[in-house]
Design a protein around this ligand. Sequence first.
Ligand code: FUC
Length: 795
Amino acid sequence: MKTGMGKRTMLLTLIVGFANFYSCTDKSGTENNLKIWYSQPAKIIENEKHNNEREWLKALPLGNGSLGLMVFGDVNRERIQLNEETMWSGSVTDSDNPDAYSALETIRNLLFEGKYREATELTNKTQICKGVGSKPFGPYGSFGTLGDLWIDNGKNSEYQNYHRELDLGDAVVRVSYTQDNVNYLREVFTSHPDQVMVARFTADKPGMISFTCKINRPERFTTHTENDQLVMHGALPDGKGGDGLRYMARLKAVNKKGSVSYTDSTLTVENADEVILFLSASTEYMLKYPVYKGRDYEKITANTIEKAAKESYKNLLKRHLNEYQPYFKRLSFDITKEPVGDVPTDERIKNFRETKSDPHLVELIFQYGRYLLIASSRPGSMPANLQGVWADGIRCPWNGDYHTDVNVEMNYWPAEVTNLSEMHLPLFDLIESLVGPGSKTAEVQYKNSGWVVHPITNLWGYTSPGESAGWGMHTGAGAWICQHIMEHYAFTGDTVFLKRMYPILKGSSEFYLDWLVEDPKTGKLVSGPAVSPENTFVAPDGSKSQISMGPSHDQQVIWNLFTDFLKASETLKVQDEFTQNIKVALGNLAGPKIGSDGRLMEWAEEFPEAEPGHRHISHMFAVHPGVQITVENTPDLAAAAKKSLDYRIANGGGHTGWSAAWLISQYARLQDGEKANANLATVLAKSTSPNLFGQHPPFQMDANFGATAGIAEMLLQSHAGLIHLLPALPAEWPSGEVKGLKARGGFEVDIKWEEGKLVSAHIYSEKANSTRIKYGDIEKEISLLSDEKYEFQIN
Ligand code: FUC
């Protein structure tokens, strides 16, 4: 026990032999608040304008990793908007710039000489990608909608008792209403085990289910009927004037009583007692450089739908629940004992804008982030993109791609700590797939070894810089995305995974070892020409520039990468000339600096910011998600970081959803629960749609994932070499309980608190392990045998 604990006593109880089932236990028993619900449908508006208030943002999302659905719930004309994760336009294209290398040294020298204007001009001329980069409708492509399923009952009579809900506890959308004295119920879910949409239509009187279905999309489709299926298919544009990926969706109905008939554009149900609609969809895409095509999408969609259609609804639901619930129910979070009440979710959000307080809404948004991650990122699927797996147009803002200069990383911040490690796996498949194209980019652009990715990537292995140097020269993206590798390992201890990813970590380290150059003034190693995403400074020559040598962000992500690489090498017992070279480079890397105003510096020199309230806080990577700056180990830098954050916010920072969400984690790491909570309130009040989708605006899912991760950081941290309980608890959550959070080292942690103070914590480890636990000024070393659980109490 640490000295200075005062008169408080700590009870430490060891419970031996707590078996394996602990980690799979359903922890959601205490929750009464897992429903998003409304008293009205999302409206059906033909050709609705793509704005931030659109009805689509009132529809309810379902997803199984690859399929994404948005259920509107209209009584007479149901719209289920459809997504398939690989519905990407575009095609493979060579964007690496062969003119880059010959100008690189000149640019670096100009920057070292303080000639920012010239350096920026030359960077824009020579370093950016060849071609049109990520510009709309080019080969970079975009994620987009698969289309819409319309279910028209041909009526327009009044209805009563309307209720529409998404239950996060079972991932089912339910729509119920009374029409012409008949009570109707629709239940919709997306099954991961069966790879289909299942939508059941029932009524409390026989023969009452009649409707006509169509499937369509804004462009490039035809429909036909085949073996009692309505089939939609086509090819997306390749961005070069031709056809790109081919896709297919199949719809089939299984009825009890009544009849089902098909034409080449419709599926009609008449007078059935009950109907189940099945939908399967796929494209020919494969995440495999350099081919990317080859999935037998016609056969896959045919087989899955036929197989599912043979099963009973009961079995399909059971299989869905058996797969979904063990993920979702690993964690529960309660911060109020008040009953949840009967205020629909859209009203709650409206009210929150006034009251800025609703603990139930906080619980819901936290669990919703977990739900959305399970729905958009299942093992074997593509990672969650800027919109998760949900898009309602043929082109998304920012192409709905993977932005690697914060956004895709933020999507995965909640994965480990909220006990959804498996959902992290698609990100590693993506990272692995970047090594091929990224090695080519490294070689062509910079004559470097290893692999690189710049601030954006897509389904086509795009790794070149963007089309403008101001944001496109984010050379730190590879190091940033690689941070996830050792994070996953730290939480899981999975050495098979580490062995698989080690060459990738090494390849990224090789790139940066070649990339770093000595700053002639300091002798330290610096990265450049590079941006601090996506901020602008006023250079000493008066120009507004983004390009410099050694921006703090790059220095920090490279520090993180080299540190992780050395840890991985040690774990796998690799010690050779290369590890030695990395060790030396790590020692020579320019580190974080505090400016004359006491703030953490964003660039190697004290440049004034052109936009002091900029939404990115890239130089704060070291605080979160990085670990280089901690309150415990580097208090001076932590204090400087806090000053930087406060200054950003005082100047209007945190104004996009993801940006405010990041601030939750930042302040949590700096152990300021009140400011963390204030930024959570900003996300809820300013950046949350009626269906709780995050808004940049426009809709962007990172705000959801960032908010969930931020709440977790407020409750538990384990990045500073110990498990810190309740490091940033705000006064607004005086009592509560969280069960099932994860800490590095593979620990599972339950925490209960009352009147702002810890009551007890349970720490469990499947493997024998030891750690230090911290609460307030109390610290304690504990050692656990495998499958043991400690109870940590304070009286
Ligand atoms: C980053 C941000 C933007 C936006 C885009 C998708 O580059 O700077 O605000 O979120 O990603």
